[in-house]
Design a binder for this molecule. Structure first.
Ligand SMILES: *[C@@H]1O[C@H](CO)[C@@H](O)[C@H](O)[C@H]1NC(C)=O
Ligand SMILES: *[C@@H]1O[C@H](CO)[C@@H](O)[C@H](O)[C@H]1NC(C)=O
Ligand SMILES: *[C@@H]1O[C@H](CO)[C@@H](O)[C@H](O)[C@H]1NC(C)=O
Ligand SMILES: *[C@@H]1O[C@H](CO)[C@@H](O)[C@H](O)[C@H]1NC(C)=O
Ligand SMILES: *[C@@H]1O[C@H](CO)[C@@H](O)[C@H](O)[C@H]1NC(C)=O
Length: 639
C-alpha cells in the first residue's frame, strides 16, 4: 500500500517553524524505497501523561492502545473526574475502571467496571459500596500522589500499601495488584511445593463493581461468580454522557496468581455478590431488577490465596458492548497468558509506531517543547476509539468507531493533523463513519458509548469526510474508502432531514427552503429556534466542503449547487446592526432571522468576553439567542 498526498512526492515533508523549532512530519505507510528516518527510537519517553489532570482538565492518563476501546485508569471522587483521574491527592480512589473518555464535557462518561483491591481484614465486613470503600493514595515527599504513567501503563501506590498497575489491549485490561508484606517481625514464608499455602499465607481481596459508572446510572445489573475459577461476569445498562440514550456493556474478569500452580486458575478462598446491604458470602449470582429510574449497586467480592513470594494478583478484564460471552472471548484472545510485561511492551511499541511518525529538531534549551509536542500527539490518538466488533446495533465487517465527542470539536484540527501523519487511521475512521451513515441514514456527530448524542453545530462529519477526500482522492481505493459511498454519505447529510435533528444530520428541508434557519420556524424533530445562526453557518461550511468533493468527482452541477448553498451564510449577515445604545465599535453582525425575513436583534457583543449579559451561549434548547460559542467561562461547559 502506498499512501501519500495527491501532489508531490510522499516523502516531501511539511515544514512548520514553531517557537524556534522545526517540526518535521514523516509519512506513515511509505513504500520500501522511501527512506523513513525516525530519529527517536522511543518517543513514548517524552509523553507526560499527567498534563491536564487537575482542575477539571478531564484528561485521561491511564493505560490504552492508540484509539483503544478499553481505557483502564483510576477513578477518583473528584467533581471533575470526567476522565476518572484527578492528580490532586485530596481525592480518594473509588476503583480502577475499564472504559473512559478523554477531554469531554457532558455527564461523566463511561467509567464502567471499577476494580479495587482492599486491605480489609474481614471478608464479610469489607466495605464494598462506592463511598464506603474509597481510599487515599500514598504521597510522595513532595506531596503529590504516588502515581506513575507512560503510554500503555499506569500505576499507583494506595495508602493501604497496595500497589496497582495496569496495561491494556484494544478491548481488555490487565491489572497487577501487589499486596504489602505484613508489618512486624515474621518468619520468612516457606515455598514448599507440596503445601504452598499454610495457615499464614497472604490473601488478596478484590472488589469488582459491575454497577457504578461515572454517572451512577446502572439499571438492572447482574453478576455471576464462578466459585471454581473466580471468573466474574456481569453487565448493566447505563446512561449516555451527552445524549438521551442508554447503553449496555459487559465485563468478564479473570484472576491469576503468579507463581502458583502454573496456569491453572486458583479458586477464590472466599467470594460473594454484594449490593447496597453488603456482601453475602457464597452467593454466586446477583441481580437487581430496578423499577423506573431507580439505580442499583451490585458487584462481587473475592479473596484469593497469594503466593507469599510475589503477593501479587493479576486481574484481567475483557469488555464488550455485545455480551458477557464476547467479553470473555475478547479477553482470552487478546491476553491469553496474563503476561503483564509482554502486554505493556506491545502497548508501548504500538504507541511508538504512531508517535514515531513525527520527528522534531529544535534549538538547545527547548526540551519542554518536545515533551509538549509528544504529549499532545499522544492525546490526539486516544479518541475516536476503535469499537470494531462491538457495535450492538448491526454487524458489519467494516470498522466501527465510537467516542466521536464531538465532530464539531474535532473537525477543524484533529483530522487535518491525521491527514499529515496517519492517513491509514484516518481512512479507517472514515470507513466506520460511512458505515454508520449507511445503517442509520446520517453520519455520526457526537457519538459516545454506542449512542447518538447531541449535535452542537451542523453535520460536522461532512468536513471530516471531505478533508479526507480532498487530500487522498487518488489514494482512496488503496485505503479501501469508496468514493461513491463517501459522496452518498455527504449527500444524505445535506439533503435529508432526520426524524431527530438534535442527534444526527441537519434541519435540511428548512435550510433548502429558506436559505437560513428561521428563528420562529416550528417543525417536529429538534430544538426549534435554538442555535439557528450557528447551525446555519455550519451548514454553509458543510456545503462548501461537499462542493469540493463534487468538483473532484467531476460532478460539476453538484459542485455549483453546493458552492451556491455555501454562500447562504450571507443571508444572516446584517450589515446595519449596532450596539443597543447607539454606535459603538461593532457595526454589522450575524443575526437570527424570522420567517418573514426580518432580523431578530441580538447585541453584537453577545457571547463575547465583553457581553454585558454574560450569556453562556451553551447548548441548551431554551437558549434562543441563535448562537453556540462556548466561551469556557466555566469548565462545566467544556467539550
Ligand atoms: C510504588 O511502590 C513501589 C515499591 O516501593 C515503587 O517501586 C514504585 O515506584 C512506587 N510508585 C508507583 C507509582 O508504582
Ligand atoms: C488499611 O489501610 C489503611 C490506610 O493505611 C489503614 O488505616 C488501615 O488500618 C488498614 N487496614 C487494615 C485492616 O490493615
Ligand atoms: C461459605 O462456604 C464455605 C465452604 O463451604 C463455608 O466454610 C463457609 O462457612 C460458608 N460461609 C457462609 C457465610 O455460609
Ligand atoms: C484494504 O482491504 C484489503 C482487502 O481486505 C486489505 O488487504 C488491505 O490491507 C486494506 N488496506 C487498508 C489500508 O486498510
Ligand atoms: C475528472 O476529470 C479529470 C479530467 O478529465 C480526470 O482526470 C479525472 O480522472 C476525473 N475524475 C473522476 C473521479 O472521474
Amino acid at each position: 500500500m502506498h499512501a501519500g498526498p495527491p501532489h508531490g512526492h510522499p516523502s516531501s515533508l511539511l515544514r512548520a517553524s514553531l517557537i524556534a523549532m522545526l517540526l518535521v512530519l514523516m509519512w506513515l505507510g511509505l513504500s520500501q524505497d522511501d527512506a523513513c528516518v525516525v530519529a527517536q527510537p522511543d518517543p513514548a519517553q517524552y509523553v507526560n501523561m499527567f498534563i491536564g489532570t487537575t482542575n477539571d482538565g478531564h484528561v485521561f492518563p491511564g493505560a490504552t492502545r492508540p484509539h483503544g476501546m478499553v481505557k483502564v485508569g483510576m477513578d477518583t471522587d473528584s467533581p471533575g473526574n470526567h476522565a476518572g483521574y484527578d492528580a490532586d491527592p485530596v481525592y480518594r480512589v473509588m476503583g480502577f475502571s475499564q472504559l473512559h473518555d478523554d477531554g469531554t464535557g457532558g455527564g461523566v462518561p463511561l467509567s464502567n467496571f471499577k476494580i479495587l483491591p482492599s486491605n480489609c481484614s474481614s471478608f464479610t465486613e469489607c466495605p464494598t459500596s462506592l463511598y464506603a470503600r474509597k481510599v487515599l493514595r500514598a504521597l510522595l515527599p513532595n506531596g503529590s500522589p504516588d502515581d506513575a504513567a507512560s503510554p500503555g501503563y499506569f500505576a499507583s501506590n494506595l495508602s493501604t500499601g497496595i500497589r496497582v498497575e495496569m496495561t491494556a489491549t484494544r478491548r481488555t485490561s490487565l491489572q497487577r495488584h501487589t499486596f504489602p508484606a505484613p508489618a512486624g517481625p515474621s518468619s520468612p514464608p516457606s515455598a514448599s511445593p507440596s503445601s504452598p499455602y499454610s495457615h499464614d499465607i497472604p490473601h488478596g481481596i478484590v472488589n469488582v463493581d459491575i454497577s457504578n459508572d461515572g454517572q451512577i446510572s446502572s439499571q438492572s445489573p447482574s453478576v455471576y461468580i464462578n466459585p471454581h475459577t473466580g471468573r466474574v461476569t456481569g453487565g448493566s445498562s447505563f446512561q449516555a454522557s451527552f445524549g438521551p440514550g442508554r447503553y449496555k456493556v459487559y465485563a468478564c474478569v479473570d484472576f491469576h496468581v503468579p507463581g502458583a500452580r502454573g496456569a491453572v486458575p486458583v479458586a477464590p478462598s472466599q467470594y460473594g455478590a454484594w449490593s447496597d446491604t453488603g456482601v453475602v458470602e457464597n452467593t454466586t449470582v446477583g441481580t437487581q431488577v430496578t423499577q423506573g429510574n431507580a439505580y442499583a449497586s451490585l458487584g462481587a467480592l473475592l479473596s484469593f490465596p497469594l503466593d507469599p513470594r510475589t503477593r501479587t494478583l493479576l486481574v484481567r478484564t475483557g469488555v464488550s458492548f455485545i455480551s458477557t460471552e464476547q467479553a470473555c472471548s475478547n479477553a482470552e484472545e487478546e491476553i491469553p497468558t496474563f503476561d503483564f510485561e509482554g502486554v505493556q511492551r506491545a502497548a508501548r511499541a504500538e504507541w511508538n509506531e504512531v508517535l514515531g511518525t513525527v520527528d522534531m529538531e529544535m534549538a538547545e534549551g527547548l526540551e519542554d517543547t518536545r515533551v509538549l509536542m509528544y504529549s499532545s500527539l499522544y492525546r490526539s490518538h486516544i479518541s475516536p476509539a476503535d469499537y470494531s466488533g462491538e457495535n450492538p446495533s448491526w454487524s458489519s465487517p467494516e470498522p466501527y468507531y465510537d467516542s466521536f465527542y464531538c465532530n464539531w470539536d474535532t473537525y477543524r484540527t484533529l483530522y487535518p493533523l491525521y491527514s499529515l501523519h496517519d492517513p491509514e487511521r484516518y481512512a479507517h475512521i472514515v470507513r466506520g463513519m460511512i458505515n454508520i451513515q449507511q445503517h442509520e441514514g446520517w453520519l455520526p456527530e457526537c457519538r459516545g458509548a454506542t449512542q447518538m448524542q447531541f449535535i452542537q453545530g451542523g453535520s460536522s462529519g461532512d468536513p471530516i469526510l471531505a478533508e479526507f477526500y480532498v487530500k487522498f482522492a487518488k489514494f482512496s481505493e488503496g485505503l479501501n474508502v469508496s468514493a461513491l459511498a463517501l459522496y452518498n454519505a455527504l449527500l444524505a447529510d445535506a439533503e435529508a432531514t432526520p426524524s431527530n435533528w438534535d442527534l444526527q444530520g441537519r434541519e435540511a428541508d428548512a435550510w433548502k427552503k429558506y436559505n437560513f434557519i428561521p428563528w420562529d420556524l416550528w417543525e417536529l424533530g429538534g430544538s426549534n429556534g435554538a442555535r439557528t445562526v450557528s447551525r446555519a453557518l455550519e451548514y454553509a461550511y458543510g456545503d462548501f466542503t461537499i462542493a469540493q468533493v463534487a468538483q473532484l468527482l467531476n460532478k460539476s452541477d453538484d459542485a455549483a449547487k453546493y458552492a451556491q448553498r455555501a454562500e447562504n451564510f450571507l443571508t444572516l449577515w446584517d450589515p446595519t446592526v449596532d450596539m443597543p445604545d447607539g454606535p459603538g465599535s461593532v457595526k454589522g453582525m450575524f443575526q437570527p432571522r424570522l420567517l418573514d425575513g426580518t432580523y431578530r436583534y441580538v447585541d453584537p457583543r453577545h457571547c463575547s468576553p465583553n457581553d454585558p449579559t454574560h450569556s453562556t451561549c451553551y447548548l441548551d434548547p431554551n437558549a434562543l439567542d441563535g448562537f453556540y460559542e462556548e466561551l469556557h467561562r466555566s469548565s462545566r461547559f467544556h467539550h
